[in-house]
Design a protein around this ligand. Structure first.
Ligand code: NAD
Length: 362
């Protein structure tokens, strides 16, 4: 199959949809891979690295799209890319169509066969979203620690403390993929970590792994309030699939928190789990609420594009290989998880939540 990897064009998107290891694998399977010149530079992957594993370097995005049977991307197409969409092509990327009617309409009008990373689902697991939750989770204590520094408006506490001085108290609300990764790094920093979840089986699992190196609590309003009032750093990492994140920390509660405390809301892409959360960007990531610092960047993995590119492509590559080797119809027939990824085909919407979001039939 002819596979194309264009450079990402969305603002501040530095990831790329295939690494040299991925291209090597696809070439080994007999496929042709065209990579747009410079596509990897945002993640510090050079054109020479792609060339050395058998990629063909192509000058423009138009050429990549024109000569490929399958396009691999990271983010959904934006308006300047819509004219390149066509019916005889597979598009494999993050789409988040429920949030974009223009992109949905563009894919339907073009007749594209679009498979969305975020709706590939194996049981309850979302294998192509998990790597980004891992990245955001592991980043959260790092940005939290940075914002706890005095000159950033924080409390001026060191997460690990020092001998004779207590460590910072870190409270992680939500013990799923991102929450557990956040807790892992916070424990590694030497902080005093408490993790809350409504799922007691999840807490059992976490408790068994950590053997007393962190505390687990069932998440109730009462438990959240008590933990938050003691915290130097609160990390919000909850998810109720398909729904807006629940509001677990009110403005009034923040008003009673320690001055200079920091709140990192990973769940901001689902509306956030703190009452005052609003999406921020890497250019201007924080704002103050009462005497606390809020960090609510909706695309945290973008700040560590190199790691994120490798994490994402490690997860996508097995599916890319299936799509390329078998063709999309047989690949989807053979893999239920991948089949759930199909969002549009031949002008028809094939994903129920997207259809419901836009009031369309599917
Ligand atoms: P997950 O499903 O793995 O974990 C969510 C956890 O929240 C579950 O264990 C669930 O039981 C728990 N939960 C639900 N309600 C709760 C409550 N009231 N109190 C305590 N726990 C509760 O989800 P995840 O992969 O960790 O993702 C979490 C959020 O982070 C999602 O909204 C995801 O989209 C988002 N995310 C954001 C970024 C970013 O850059 N900001 C990056 C990746 C993921």
């Amino acid at each position: 199959m002819k596979i194309g990897v264009p450079a990402e064009v969305k603002n501040h998107e530095y990831r790329v949809a295939a690494t040299p290891a991925g291209v090597h694998e696809l070439v080994r399977h007999g496929h042709e891979v065209s990579v747009q010149r410079g596509a990897g530079l945002g993640s510090h992957i050079t054109d020479e690295e792609y060339l050395s594993v058998g990629a063909k370097l192509v000058e423009s995005a138009d050429e990549v799209w024109a000569e490929s049977e399958m396009i691999l991307k990271v983010k959904e197409p934006i308006e300047e890319e819509y004219h390149r969409l066509r019916a005889d092509q597979i598009l494999f990327t993050y789409l988040h169509l429920a949030a974009s009617r223009p992109c949905t309409d563009a894919l339907l009008a073009a007749g594209t066969t679009a498979v969305a990373y975020e709706t590939v689902q194996a049981g309850h697991a979302l294998p192509l979203l998990a790597p980004m939750s891992e990245v955001a989770g592991r980043l959260a204590p790092q940005v939290g620690a940075y914002n706890l520094m005095r000159f950033n408006g924080g409390r001026g506490v060191l997460p690990g403390g020092v001998p004779g001085v207590a460590p910072a108290k870190v409270v992680v609300i939500g013990g799923g993929v991102s929450g557990l990764n956040a807790a892992q790094i916070a424990v590694g920093m030497g902080a005093d970590v408490t993790i809350l979840d409504i799922n007691i089986d999840r807490l059992r699992f976490i408790d068994a792994i950590y053997q007393g190196r962190l505390k687990t609590l069932v998440s109730t309003q009462y438990a959240v309030e008590r933990a938050v009032l003691e915290a130097d750093l609160v990390i919000g990492a909850v998810l109720i699939p398909g729904a807006k994140a629940p509001t677990l920390v009110s403005n009034e509660l923040v008003s009673r928190m320690k001055p200079g405390s920091v709140l990192v809301d990973i769940a901001i892409d689902q509306g956030g789990c703190f009452e005052d959360s609003r999406p921020t960007t890497h250019d201007d990531p924080t704002f103050r609420v009462h005497d606390s610092v809020f960090y609510c960047v909706a695309n945290m993995p973008g700040s560590v594009a190199n790691t994120s590119t490798f994490a994402l492509t490690n997860a996508t590559l097995p599916y890319v290989v299936k799509l390329a080797d078998k063709g999309w119809r047989d690949a989807l027939r053979a893999d239920e998880a991948l089949a759930l990824g199909l969002n549009t085909h031949a002008g028809v919407l094939t994903n129920e939540p997207v259809a419901v979001a836009h009031g369309l039939s599917y």
